[in-house]
Design a protein around this ligand. Structure first.
Ligand code: SF4
Length: 436
């Protein structure tokens, strides 16, 4: 067995001051990265009729903004975690970084060179250096091929001869904690955890510098998860790996990451060292995610923020701060309390989706009594919608808007905390201390 090092978590490394030193030149520098997908791909399906189903025709150029302007640096030897709910763009980010998707915009600089300038041999080298490990080990292993040949694929592509390939695969099996005699067996003979070990062996076969792990332990039971995370930590030391670790699970990311980015509808809304994010989360979305993680001491969670509603569609993201439709801390405009304005925004979202019947009594849509001015706005909007003019009704409702709806917050440094940035308009004076 190769000498594997003691397992330590990212948070432990950070708290001991052992987090990787930030070099001037990161291994990976990502700036303004976007990946948008057209909603419709054919001409016929892209033709949009007007609301009454007739002319004039327009072309539907709606885009799914899966990744929408992401920036980060990833330094050699560190583990950078990306966390968020499903559908927030994490997997598209992973696929775009390793070239499985073509970026719509932005730059990816690897070891100081923009990968869009690579010739075919540099691109091939980059693809060897940046490997991806997916969530579902079953689907990424061909059931008709033996484990030995699956792990040897990248070696064969790199021109290794048969004997050398076999020796290397046996070494890799040992490194990931599998027996030599697994070489001639088939994927279906293994458990989920063993299959993920096989995937790791294949990813490491040609000594990459960067491994992007997309939900590598989701779907595994807790004890197997812990074993795979320990193995990945050991392999990081042994192979000198840099990880980009993607997950929806904050308890997992806390164990492995040195730094974490919280992603929401295509953007990073907060970036922080792991210990900082868990001790002093700044963004209301990060706080809401943390509140959803089981805590052994529920009494300490007296400031729980509730996440209501679904993640908005990336083809029609909310204006301003994309989190405003669900934010428990939205900044109300003049004349509203926060509680009233949360109700009003929830109603506006339902109205936009046309899940409101304009012949109903407007008051039935609210649990709190709105300010008088807003009541009259809602009544006017109902009348306009009943007359069929939903656009004018929506414009009427938009006479009351929060800064959270009208201005996109930038990722800015959180007061005197280096490497901690957050994108939120809420003044610090209105942000309660947080206990998790
Ligand atoms: S900018 Fe406004 S809506 Fe967005 S997270 Fe901050 S308080 Fe909430």
């Amino acid at each position: 067995m190769s000498s594997l090092h003691d397992a330590t978590t990212g948070t432990e490394r950070e708290s001991r001051g052992e987090s990787p030193v930030e070099q001037d030149q990161p291994l990976l520098r990502v700036r303004g990265l976007k990946k948008h997908f057209p909603v419709n791909t054919g001409f016929i399906s892209s033709v949009k009729l007007n609301r009454s189903g007739g002319f004039p025709l327009t072309l539907d150029d709606t885009k799914v903004r899966a990744v929408d302007g992401v920036n980060f640096d990833l330094h050699s030897g560190e583990t950078f975690g990306v966390v968020g709910e499903s559908g927030c763009g994490k997997s598209t980010l992973a696929r775009t970084l390793v070239g499985l998707e073509q970026p719509t915009d932005g730059t990816i600089v690897f070891e100081g060179e923009d990968i869009s300038d690579f010739d075919s041999s540099s691109l091939q080298q980059f693809r060897k250096n940046a490997q991806i490990v997916f969530q579902d080990p079953q689907s990424s292993l061909n059931p008709r091929r033996k484990i030995g040949s699956i792990i040897a694929d990248p070696l064969e592509a790199a021109g290794w001869d048969k004997d050398k390939r076999r020796d290397r695969v046996l070494e890799l099996l040992e490194d990931v904690g599998l027996e030599e005699d697994f070489y001639n067996r088939y994927p279906h003979e293994f458990s989920g955890g063993q299959r993920q070990r096989i995937n790791l062996a294949r990813a490491l076969s040609i000594n990459p510098d960067l491994v992007i792990a997309d939900e590598p332990v989701s779907g595994l039971d807790m004890s197997v998860q812990a074993q795979i995370l320990t193995l990945m930590d050991d392999l990081q030391d042994e192979y000198g790996l840099t990880y980009l670790f993607i997950t929806h699970d904050l308890s997992v990311i806390r164990q492995v990451a040195d730094r974490i980015a919280v992603m929401y509808v295509g953007d990073f809304v907060e970036k922080a060292p792991t210990s900082k994010l868990f001790a002093e989360p700044h963004h209301p979305y990060s706080r809401a995610l943390l509140d959803a993680v089981p805590n052994p001491d529920p009494a300490s969670r007296d400031l729980s923020a509730e996440l209501h509603g679904d993640v908005p569609s990336p083809s029609d993201p909310p204006s301003g701060c994309k989190f405003h439709t669900r934010c428990p801390k939205i900044i109300p405009p003049d004349g509203f309390s926060r509680e009233e304005y949360i109700e009003y925004v929830t109603f506006k979202t339902e109205f936009d989706e046309r899940s409101v019947d304009p012949t109903d009594d407007p008051a039935t849509y609210f649990d709190v009594s709105l300010p008088r001015l807003a009541q009259s706005t809602v009544e006017k909007a109902f009348t306009l919608a009943e007359d069929g003019d939903w656009d004018a009704a929506k414009a009427e409702l938009d006479t009351h808007q929060s800064v959270c709806e009208t201005a996109v917050p930038d990722l800015e440094q959180v007061a005197d905390a280096s490497r901690h940035t957050s994108a939120c308009h809420l003044p610090d004076a209105e942000r309660e201390p947080y206990t998790w």
